[in-house]
Design a protein. Structure first.
Length: 513
């Protein structure tokens, strides 16, 4: 009689520990949109179209009004999200070209490798844009190493760069998927032959015209940045990307649902070329830019349904965020501007993608953990994608090594919408690479430093590269969230202190205590 009792006790104890464990190690799904502005969702104020699933996520969780990504372009935000370190600290972290090697050192801990230490299964599915391969760049026909798996991801299914850059193939783990060795891929910066069709020579055949750049190799009727040939069987249709991310995510979640998992769902929507699946074409009156937002919303809905189907909703944290602010014409004539109407992609903020004004990095930010996070909360705490690393790694009970995640703060309480929990007090915002342009927020003060006195994409509706601005500006975000009134002359002491603090942050090489 003793035996069954003991085993019953052991079983009960196991069940209990696993329950306790589950509470500490919920699944984490980070959905990162591409180029989605603060005003681009109905839950953030637009009434030009509807985003019901993301709205639902917000209604069941916390919607942040001071949520940020750390840069106003893709590569540096993704670099900072994964490494927990400001990208301006490292050279070569600006927008990655098609043939970029992996820009994250394989020796440094990342959110993925540290969560893996805590027993998480980890995957990245979607746009990568952080380079692949060693210093010589990607070996498209061989092993694409190092890549995500060398920095902590157990599985990856990728669009290797960004879809306006070549090549249009999927990378599963370290190989191009469906590559026929008899038809190798060649990727390069120069036209491979005199008669190679490009967006310039065959412009009249394009299904979407280019406006600047993007005039090299044509695939699927769209010309891109860079040249390539071959790999015909491996190539995808732009229209199918979103479906593929959902399909692969569903498969991976089903296979990993019994262990804690971390999925980085890196949507390509709404980056250019904006090519919705046929069923979303015309979903809005605003053209493809908004149609792909509806497509992205559908993806979020599908992931929520998958999590529900496996009974994981109460054991899964969703984070929804963006990699930078909005842009209209980013190189293709897709009528984003012509059909915009009175939609304000950046909400009330000035600037967008490429900008250190708020519109460049203040972006939609939503968390949901059913049963744990208060539903329908709106939080004004400052939270940033760079903080997800330390917050989640420490939640999982893993100690962050002292020399890792150098700027990532544990703000888990704020992320979970806990009463009284504080977000960041300071935040550095950058545009692209380490050119020195930095925005620095401390409380409601915001200092802007444009080293060359030039601001880009200040007016989102018009991609201006050269608006002249003072080298230093100071704004009071509380009374002037749109950064219209430079108050630097009226507040010399504040400006002096802010400049000194920013210099200290840059010089110190880290901010995490
Ligand atoms: C720019 C591209 C733009 C986009 C951006 C990267 C041109 C003229 N512009 O250089 O189209 O690809 O890089 O965007 O080529 S990001 O969101 O991936 O950072
Ligand atoms: Ca982007």
């Amino acid at each position: 009689m003793i035996r069954p009792r003991l085993s019953f006790l052991v079983a009960a104890l196991c069940a209990l520990t696993s329950l306790v464990f589950a509470a500490e190690k919920p699944n984490i799904i980070v959905i990162m949109a591409d180029d989605l502005g603060y005003g681009d969702l109905s839950c953030y104020g637009t009434d030009s179209f509807e985003t019901p699933y993301i709205d639902q996520l917000a209604a069941e969780g916390v919607r942040f009004t001071n949520g940020y990504c750390s840069a106003s372009t893709c590569t540096p935000t993704r670099y900072s999200f994964l490494t927990g370190t400001y990208a301006f600290r490292k050279k070569g972290t600006g927008i990655a070209p098609p043939a970029s090697p992996l820009i994250i050192d394989t020796g440094i801990p990342t959110i993925a490798s540290l969560l893996a230490k805590g027993g998480y299964q980890t995957a990245v599915i979607g746009k990568w844009h952080l380079g692949l391969g060693g210093p010589e760049g990607p070996d498209w026909n061989g092993e694409l190493k190092p890549g995500p798996r060398e920095i902590g991801f157990g599985y990856n299914f990728l669009l290797p760069t960004t879809n306006d850059r070549v090549p249009q193939v999927y990378v599963e783990n370290s190989r191009v998927l469906n590559l026929d060795p008899k038809d190798p891929i060649w990727v390069g910066n120069k036209k491979p032959s005199e008669d190679h069709p490009t967006g310039i020579t065959h412009r009249d055949t394009l299904k979407m015209d280019w406006t600047h750049g993007h005039n090299a190799t044509i695939h699927n009727g769209i010309s891109r940045i860079g040249f390539y040939t071959g790999g015909e069987k491996a190539r995808f249709r732009d229209e199918d990307l979103a479906d593929e991310w959902v399909k692969q995510s569903n498969k991976w979640i089903a296979a990993n649902k019994d262990e804690p998992f971390f999925l980085f769902f890196a949507s390509h929507d709404l980056h250019v070329p904006r090519v919705p699946h046929e069923r979303f074409q015309g979903a809005t009156k605003l053209g493809y830019r908004a149609d792909v937002i509806v497509q992205l919303d559908w993806c979020v809905g599908e992931l929520m349904k998958t999590v529900d189907k496996h009974g994981l909703a109460e054991n899964t944290i969703f984070v929804f965020c963006s990699d930078n602010g909005p842009v209209m014409d980013d190189g293709y004539a897709d009528e984003a501007l012509e059909k915009l109407g009175d939609h304000k992609a950046g909400g009330q903020f000035t600037g967008g993608k490429y900008s250190i004004y708020e519109g460049g990095t203040r972006t939609p930010f939503i968390t949901r953990w059913k049963g744990r996070i208060p539903a329908g909360k709106v939080s004004d705490e400052v939270v940033c994608t760079i903080d997800l690393a330390t917050s989640f790694v420490e939640m999982a009970g893993v100690k962050v090594p002292d020399d890792a995640l150098l700027d990532s703060e544990n703000i888990l309480g704020a992320l979970l919408g806990e009463e009284g929990a504080k977000g960041r007090t300071t935040l550095v915002q950058q545009d692209n690479g380490n050119n020195g342009n930095l925005g620095y927020r401390n409380g409601d003060w915001k200092l802007l430093h444009h080293t060359k006195k030039r601001a880009r994409n200040l007016v989102v509706e018009k991609l201006l590269a050269n608006t002249e601005v003072p080298e230093f500006q100071l704004f009071d975000l509380k009374n002037d969230p749109a950064e219209k009134k430079n108050v630097i002359d009226a507040n010399p002491e504040v400006a002096k202190r802010m400049k000194a603090e920013l210099k200290e942050i840059v010089d110190a090489g880290r901010t995490r205590k």
